[in-house]
Ligand binder design. Structure first.
Ligand code: CP
Ligand code: NVA
Length: 331
């Protein structure tokens, strides 16, 4: 992108004209909190802001705002992308993690949230149960953004959707295969696909299927977008002809004690060159990271030309910037 004329800022202009597309003041606890149009608006805004930033147009639309980033689990990408993105918006990131997290002293969710919101304009939270972030959102009068729970990782979903769009064009109709654990990322891809009108195929061992209520919600959402949802246990059938092949760790944060039994249970679910050979010739490989090389994916796949893992990581920053500027009313 060489000069300002090349940058499509129309998404941002439209969002401003329409009060940030109705996203001002809103929470994002899971992707299905967004309508398909709102989901597209976040991606369009992210693409426009990304191009503008690359061209040297460095607006700081959230100057004076403060955003709390509370991390009750470890993080590399989420912490650094939120901290950098919030700074780029001109706002102050108030990062609290581990034993210094806002909730680590045992104060009630009510007291913690009602105090915190006196100081900050939005709350970003990584925690365990989805019910906890739902409780925070019930108390908070400022927007609450899910930075990963046991059930969902919507910010990763936004980054991945932008990455797929950059590499494959329109999302509608694309075939996405997820092979591995029916975890927060599997749920997030089901929701992403349902919103975007994609064909999502999930393959997990029988005892590690996605939660039924999430699948039901996605099938209902898919009825409006033309998406197709298939949940099964056959990695080859899932990957057959896929445009996008995705996996995630077999042992999520909080499940470390199950690591050895999980290694056995997931035999046959590794994404390796033999499995990728069933995908479309121009398929891309994705992983939210951290990857456990040699477990859910082999080096030959994660380091192949078709792997877009570092683009995914970078797009965390762009999509979260877009989301924050929309919910803060500053896009
Ligand atoms: N993908 C992701 O959320 O990475 P972190 O756990 O490092 O934040
Ligand atoms: N499923 C993984 C995702 C990490 C970003 C976990 O919850 O640990």
């Amino acid at each position: 992108m060489s000069d300002e004329e090349d940058i499509d800022l129309s998404a941002i202009d439209e969002a401003l004209a329409g009060g940030c597309g109705g996203l001002f003041g809103r929470d994002l606890l899971r992707l299905l909190d967004l309508t398909p149009a709102e989901f597209t608006l976040v991606l369009d805004t992210a693409a426009a802001q990304k191009a503008a930033w690359a061209a040297g147009k460095r607006d700081q639309p959230c100057t004076g705002d403060t955003v709390a980033v509370i991390l009750e689990k470890p993080s590399l990408r989420t912490r650094s992308s939120f901290e950098a993105g919030i700074s780029r918006l001109g706002a102050h990131p108030l990062v609290m993690s581990d034993q210094n997290s806002a909730f680590s002293r045992g104060e009630s969710v009510q007291d913690t949230t009602l105090v915190l919101e006196r100081f900050v304009d939005a709350i970003v939270l990584r925690t365990f149960a989805q019910s906890k972030i739902e409780e925070v959102a019930e108390w908070a009068s400022v927007p609450v953004i899910n930075a990963l729970t046991d059930e969902f990782h919507p910010c990763q979903g936004l980054a991945d959707a932008l990455t797929i769009r950059e590499h494959k064009g329109d999302l509608a109709g694309l075939k996405l295969a997820y092979v591995g654990d029916g975890n927060n990322m599997a749920h997030t891809y089901l929701e992403l696909g349902a919103l975007a009108g994609m064909e999502v195929r999930i393959a997990t061992p029988p005892d590690f299927a996605p939660l039924e209520w999430v699948v039901d919600d996605c099938r209902e959402a898919a009825a409006d977008t033309g998406a197709a949802i298939d949940v099964g246990c056959d990695p080859v059938a899932a990957v057959d002809g896929a445009d996008v092949v995705v996996t995630d760790t077999w042992t999520s944060m909080g499940e470390e004690e199950e690591h050895d039994t999980r290694l056995k249970a997931f035999e046959g679910f590794q994404v390796n060159a033999a499995l990728m050979a069933h995908a479309a010739d121009d398929a891309i490989f994705m992983h939210c990271l951290p990857a456990h090389r040699g477990e859910e994916v082999t080096d030959e796949v994660v380091d192949a030309d078709c792997s877009v893992i570092y683009d995914e990581a970078e797009n965390r920053l762009h999509t979260q910037k877009a989301l924050l500027s929309l919910v803060l009313g500053a896009a």
